[in-house]
Design a protein around this ligand. Sequence first.
Ligand SMILES: [Zn+2]
Ligand SMILES: [Zn+2]
Ligand SMILES: [Zn+2]
Length: 315
Amino acid sequence: MSILKNAIDSIAIGLEDYSSPDQRRMISCTRNVFAGILLLFKYKLSLLSSPDSDEALIKQQVLPVLDESAHLEWKGKGKKTVDVQGIKERFESLNINVDWKRIDKINSFRNDIEHYFSNLKHEAIQSLISNSFVIINDFIRKYLNEDPKKLLGGEAWAVLIEVNEVYEKEKAACSIALQALEFFDDEILNAFESYFCGECGSGLIMPSTREGEAVRANYTCKSCGKTLPYEEMVREVVTGYFSHEIYLSYTDGEDSPLADCPECSGIYMYAQGICASCGHTAERECQRCFSAILPEELFAEPFCGYCEHVMFKDN
Ligand SMILES: [Zn+2]
Ligand SMILES: [Zn+2]
Ligand SMILES: [Zn+2]
């Protein structure tokens, strides 16, 4: 029971920090809320640990031991408890599904907050609270079978709900503004809508105009004020959007989702067949041998790497 109480206290204190007008308490807000979420997770692991295993599932070290009748048991050892990575692995193997992408966002924001604290606005932690709300609400209902409002107490719950609503409203306004622009491809719009500011982690990105071509606008993070022109913004946005595919291209040898555009050396989306930076659509087939032009051969477009090499040699 004490893990659960610590979790609830930590979240409640974090939300008090948030409601305080004192800017300095923003750091402790992010720490407390994140610690509270991890404690909720650990509480679930402690519930699932068998009664005489010394809470094996929340211990970093779990060792096999034989009981009197020579049955194998797993027991937790020492005081160290599992870290984020350990919780992730155990949840996966126990079929407990939480949105790790969202949690990683909360965690990296928490890690980075000291670095940009000097120009941090209060609104910057809105997205952290909003993300935390989604995780906490979902996890308590689904895996603890409790009513989060009852568990957290009306006051803390009200803060969570309110911040989330404000954030969602502003997020919707940003989405409407982005959707009013003409992007080279719908996938680029999707990428902009799911982007979180590289400086402060907020998802509130506003374009400088409400009509016309997206490529002509500047983009401002409403939380930290960072502003970038399209050509710089689109690099960050699209690279982040395809981060999972980029990772797979390194680990599983799959095609890279992105390549250098042969036209503008911007960021070319290979599967979509269009450059996110300039809108160029490259030939997919070599005009000499009709084989597919691979991402790493795009520089040779409209030919494949081999044909370009042969023709270049002939000259
Ligand atoms: Zn920002
Ligand atoms: Zn291009
Ligand atoms: Zn060819």
